[in-house]
Design a protein around this ligand. Structure first.
Ligand SMILES: [Zn+2]
Ligand SMILES: [Zn+2]
Length: 113
């Protein structure tokens, strides 16, 4: 009998791997859409470990700016980067690997009237 649970975990693992040059907000947005928020820095930390291992203070920086979990990072730190674009906009990629800057591919929503 095949171990479907293990296969599922493997697929999940590959799917939740940040792209080589995928930017932080695009990755977090993609993961939030598929897996949701765990009320902690799950995707931010995963992205940092993969793509910006030097940015050790990333989470603390977000906490200081009022975000304590992945969805708050999306809402408060990158409000015009992760609006849940439909269809989803693919990440344009960061120019330098390790950069925590957004790729800026998502259009800024119109200012509130
Ligand atoms: Zn959250
Ligand atoms: Zn991006």
């Amino acid at each position: 009998m095949h171990d479907f649970a293990a296969m599922d975990a493997l697929l999940r693992e590959q799917w939740s791997e940040p792209g080589e040059r995928e930017c932080l907000p695009c990755y977090v947005g993609r993961m939030l859409a598929d897996f949701g928020c765990a009320n902690k820095f799950r995707w931010v930390t995963r992205w940092r470990e993969h793509n910006a291992p030097g940015a050790v203070a990333l989470e603390q920086r977000f906490v200081r700016r009022g975000a304590r979990c992945d969805c708050e990072v999306a809402l408060k730190i990158y409000p015009d980067q992760i609006p849940g674009a439909d269809p989803p906009v693919p990440c344009a990629g960061v120019s330098r690997r390790g950069s925590t800057r957004p790729c800026g591919v998502r259009p800024r929503p119109p200012p509130p009237a």
